[in-house]
Design a protein around this ligand. Sequence first.
Ligand SMILES: [Zn+2]
Length: 120
Amino acid sequence: MTGMTGATEWLTKIMLRVAAGVSLLASLWYFEPPKPAFQLCGFHWLTGRPCPLCGLTRAMFALAKGHWSEALGFNALGPLAFAMVAGLFWNDGPMRRRVWTCGIAAFAIYGVWRIFLPVT
Ligand SMILES: [Zn+2]
């Protein structure tokens, strides 16, 4: 990779990130979430309770289609996860680290809340 100027390299990185982000969003928007024939979540299978990540795949597909309330029904932190994933395509600065740190903390709290709250 010689001959690439700093600006060209920077622009190439940005373009690759945008392309990857747009591809992911387009895939989530276009396709329906997969319907596995068996219970994917080991925690849910063992305990009968949803883990903090249960419903996240369906929530991401719903969010990409603009179905916010449906997404919140699948996983209340779906929009946060969406922002966290979007942050991966943004930049690798301190902002992304902060979003991910707060996001992981939020999922930990949400996980405890989901496990102990009565099933509705
Ligand atoms: Zn789960």
